[in-house]
Design a protein around this ligand. Structure first.
Ligand SMILES: Cc1ncc(COP(=O)(O)O)c(C=O)c1O
Length: 435
């Protein structure tokens, strides 16, 4: 099967040969090098639900830039606004008017955010949120959950998901033991372990940081009871609750996971969709906490590219489309139909599969276990996922490239694309069941 891949993606192969001399592993982010393929394919353009590779292969995309592209690739309304803005210059190092409309729009849907700081990545957002929580509470410990990924900085690269899980380095080398010691890692969806940890150490815990719907270890939704308990425990011990909604914000609902769970965090981090495909990160929350940020307060944050106007224009144009409702209808319907078809073929062929879906996100696990936490995900047959991924790719369907990532649908995944997807997926699953 690798021969066929190499035959189809010849130009990509040549580019990769050069790239591996220039970049570690030939890539600039680890999940771009897929473990089960000899080298990554290179993309030259994209539109709607499609990626076009340098080898002129057209792929239906379910990775969608790892989440930001809820309207699909190159959506007209975003393209037009960005083009229009570029004519005015694109970076001034001063405040811009669009910041005001942008922040007010985000706050309309995320009332827990009373004040925000706009940065460039989700990583920066969570790093600053944790620093802020420590400064506000004057405490050192933080609690995170096994499999949650909050970006690539020292305090959260302990039992992390995403590329860290895919490449088997959940706890990064180079993170000081002295730093990792203050990051307590607990099993996701396990109320008892949270209660126990807080009974022992509660008065020293600055915050809990959590993806309410874990989206970096495949897809693992938080039990509503679990999420509510996190809020209660934080209130009881004076710790802050940080919802990392870098993926779920504007994805699972226009008001994010916090609206679905009806739980108000103290600090929220956003990213991905709110930049409309351009770099972005936001951390924001209760005014009293946010007022500690520089230049108002003593918690330092700064950035040459903070609140980059092009990211804000693209993010705002995206949200304006989301407000119309149709993107959610199309994207959610697409993931519903695809997951239903997978489940049907799995039952038919007696393949032990669990399919988890939330709104326009889904993931497939080759396991009989219910998926409630990182251990359950680890029990699934990753090799079979990779086999399915490779088979689908050769048929023109690009599923998310790792068991530990999530498939995203978008407003561009219309009925025709969905039918084609189902056809390919079912064919590949049937082949796997026979092999
Ligand atoms: C939940 C979550 N938090 C934080 C991050 C880090 O965001 P970025 O890659 O923009 O630094 C990610 C990235 O995938 C994420 O999924």
């Amino acid at each position: 099967m690798c021969e066929r891949y190499c035959e189809i993606f010849r130009i990509s192969s040549r580019l990769y040969e050069e790239a591996r001399k220039l970049f570690p592993g030939g890539v600039n982010s680890p999940v771009r090098l897929m473990r089960h393929l000899p080298y990554p394919f290179y993309v030259k353009e994209a539109y709607g639900p499609y990626l076009i590779t340098v080898d002129d292969v057209k792929l239906i995309d379910y990775c969608m830039g790892f989440g930001p592209l809820i309207l699909g690739h190159r959506p007209r309304p975003v393209l037009e606004k960005v083009r229009e803005y570029l004519e005015r210059g694109w970076m001034y190092g001063t405040p811009t008017e669009i910041e005001i409309e942008y922040a007010k729009t985000i706050m309309r849907y995320f009332p827990s955010i009373e004040m925000m700081r706009i940065v460039n990545t989700g990583t920066e957002a969570t790093m600053n949120a944790i620093r802020l929580a420590r400064a506000y509470t004057k405490r050192k410990y933080i609690v995170k959950f096994d499999g949650c990924y909050h970006g690539a900085h020292d305090h959260v690269l302990v039992k992390a998901g995403s590329g860290a899980a895919t490449w088997g380095v959940p706890t990064s080398a180079g993170v000081l033991e002295e730093v990792a010691r203050y990051t307590i890692v607990l099993p996701f969806n396990d109320i008892e372990s949270v209660e126990k940890t807080f009974r022992e150490l509660g008065n020293e815990i600055a915050c809990i940081i959590v993806e309410p719907i874990m989206g970096n270890y495949g897809l693992v939704p938080g039990d509503p009871e679990f999420i509510k308990t996190l809020r209660e425990v934080c209130d009881r011990y004076g710790s802050l609750l940080i919802f990392d909604e870098v993926i779920t914000g504007f994805r699972v609902d226009i008001g994010g996971a916090q609206k679905i769970y009806n739980v108000r965090p103290d600090i929220t981090t956003l990213g991905k969709i709110v930049g409309g495909g351009f770099p972005i990160g936001i951390f924001g929350g209760r005014r009293e906490i946010m007022e500690l940020i520089t230049p108002l307060g003593p918690v330092y944050n700064a950035g040459t590219f903070n609140a980059h106007p092009i990211s804000l224009v693209a993010g705002l144009a995206t949200i304006r489309e989301l407000e119309k409702g149709y993107p959610y209808e199309i994207a959610n319907r697409a993931s519903e139909e695809i997951t239903k078809a997978i489940q049907d073929v799995a039952t038919d062929c007696k393949i032990p599969i669990k399919v988890i879906r939330v709104a326009s996100m889904f993931q497939i696990y080759f396991t009989e276990r219910d998926i409630k936490n990182a251990d359950d995900v680890r029990s699934s047959n990753v090799k079979l996922y990779e086999k399915l991924h490779k088979k689908c790719l050769l048929e023109g369907l690009y599923l998310t490239p790792s068991q530990y990532e999530v498939n995203f649908t978008s407003a561009a995944h219309d009925d025709e694309v969905v039918q084609k997807t189902i056809e390919i997926l079912c064919k590949c699953l049937r082949e796997i069941s026979r092999s």
